[in-house]
Design a protein around this ligand. Structure first.
Ligand SMILES: [Zn+2]
Length: 110
């Protein structure tokens, strides 16, 4: 299957031909370019890993929310410290995956 990229907004369309109108920015068909096989492979090869990173980001957000609840319950100092540390670690996990996704985008792996 061919991949077509909107040169206006970056939207990527999959199909034998470019779409009549970009679903993202409404640019005309002529604004699309066909991706080379190498560039198309980057998009396909990173599709699942990008999804995994996004799921990790959501899970890290959930961990942070649970930790905030645990901190508020304030059972004892050790328990609060454990939740506080886990919340900080969840932030690192979330931001690391965001940075990786940003790197993928800059390399056309999106
Ligand atoms: Zn577009």
């Amino acid at each position: 299957m061919k991949l077509w990229k909107c040169t206006v907004c970056g939207y990527i369309h999959e199909g034998e031909d470019a779409p009549e109108i970009c679903p993202k920015c409404a640019a005309a068909k002529e604004k699309f370019i066909e991706l080379s096989k190498e560039d198309a492979d980057k998009v396909y090869n990173s599709d699942r890993t990008n999804d995994i990173h996004m799921e990790i980001i959501l899970l890290a957000r959930k961990i942070a929310q649970l930790c905030e609840e645990g901190i508020k319950l304030n059972l004892d100092p050790a328990c609060v410290a454990t939740f506080t540390k886990a919340k900080d670690e969840a932030w690192v996990i979330k931001q690391r995956s965001k940075a990786e996704i940003e790197g993928h985008m800059k390399k056309g792996k999106w």
